[in-house]
Structure formats: C-alpha cells, structure tokens
Design a protein. Structure first.
Lengths: 107, 122
C-alpha cells in the first residue's frame, strides 16, 4: 500500500495567517492527490483534487501544488471557519489511502 | 441536490454481523462509483471499500474477506455487509460518491453522507 504522511500534525495560527501543510507519499503518485477539510462531527469536504484543482464552491484562498511524492496545501489569509483538520488522500492506487491529518487551531 | 443517507449503524458483539446501507438521491446513481470510508473515534480516515458503476469491487486489506460491498442501481443504494466484526471495526462509516467532471473521474469523494456509527463491543 502507498503510505501517506503529513506535516505538521498540528499547528496554531491566527486569522489572516498564511498556512502551509505538507503531504508526502511513500512512492510517486503523479498528481493523484486530493485534500479534504473536516470539522468536528462532520463529514470531510473535498477542497482540492488532482493536486492543484480547486473543487467547485471552495474559496480561492485554498490552493494545492506538487507532484510525484511531495505535495502542499496552502491557505492564504486564514479565516475563522478554516480552523479544522485537513487530510490528504492518494488516488493513484485503487487501494486509496489517507494521510493522518493536520489539525489547524487558533493561536 | 445530492444527498447520501446512511442507515444500519448499531452496537454489535465481536464476531457479529451488520449491514449498512446508503440511499442516494439527486444524481444518476448508476453512473457513479461509490465508496465506504470509516473513521474510528478520534482517529483519521480509512478507506474501506469501493464499487464501480459497472459493479467491480475493491477492499482494504483490513476488511477483505469479511466485508462485502454491493449496489442496487434500481433503488439507488449502496450497501456493505460486515461479518466477523472486531473491536477495531468500531467507527463512523461514511458513504461517499466518487468525483467526476466532464473530463474524468478522480477517485476522490465530492459528496459524503452524515455517517453511521458502528460499535463493536461485548
């Protein structure tokens, strides 16, 4: 199976900050990488698909980049509603795997 | 409006069985692959199983041989039969739809249900 890691596991930030979360795959996955946001008690919400494509309805302050094994989710100018946990997910293999998550909380 | 509604979550003893169902509406169900993703309490997301629009299936190693996914396009439902349940199967189980746009399908999930809680305990 393809293993996914994320860093950091958690971070504290302030409204207006620029936040960067990194995801790494154990092998090359081309651009088959997706990002989700999850708030407590809710289902995940797709933010970015195929590494850099913004899902419809997602604010443009979210962006994704990377290919191969290293990927980044960036949130420009953090909003109060962005405090949540973020997961990456590889879709290169039919055996889908998720990263362990990065919790973004208020400083 | 796309909606996915899971049902069937319950408390079950180790070794027992349970069937979860997901009723879909608001889209042409037969055109989409579907998946089950679970989340143990306080933990991350784990893909469980998927079924393609044509019916081919895939399973995580952790459930292979114990879980069976199926779909009924006439009723717009996807189900997972879970046998030989273990304590480590305790989780919220989400039904999710594969995302497709005009160009391709991406094996990412654009719509999720609200989740069904499965607790395996004696």
């Amino acid at each position: 199976d393809i293993q996914m890691t994320q860093s950091p596991s958690s971070l504290s930030a302030s409204v207006g900050d620029r936040v960067t979360i990194t995801c790494r795959a154990s092998q090359s996955i081309s651009n088959s990488l997706n990002w989700y946001q999850q708030k407590p008690g809710k289902a995940p919400n797709l933010l970015i698909f195929a590494a850099s494509n913004l899902q419809s309805g997602v604010p443009s302050r979210f962006s994704g980049s990377g290919s191969g094994t290293d990927f980044t989710l960036t949130i420009n100018s953090l909003h109060p509603e962005d405090f949540a946990t973020y997961f990456c997910q590889q879709s290169y293999s039919s055996l889908v795997t998720f990263g362990p998550g990065t919790k973004v909380d208020i400083k | 409006e796309v909606q996915l509604l899971e049902s069937g979550g319950d408390l079950v003893q180790p070794g027992g069985s349970l069937r979860l169902s997901c009723a879909a509406s608001g889209f042409t169900f037969s055109n989409y692959a579907m998946a089950w993703v679970r989340q143990a309490p306080g933990k991350g997301l784990e893909w469980v199983s998927s079924i393609a629009s044509g019916g081919s299936t895939s399973y995580a190693d952790s459930v292979k041989g114990r879980f069976t996914i199926s779909r009924d396009n006439s009723k717009s439902t996807v189900s997972v039969q879970m046998n030989s349940l273990r304590a480590e199967d305790t989780a919220v189980y989400y039904c999710a739809r594969y995302y497709c746009d005009s160009r391709s399908c991406y094996r990412s999930y654009d719509y999720w249900g609200q989740g069904a809680l499965v607790t395996v305990s004696s």
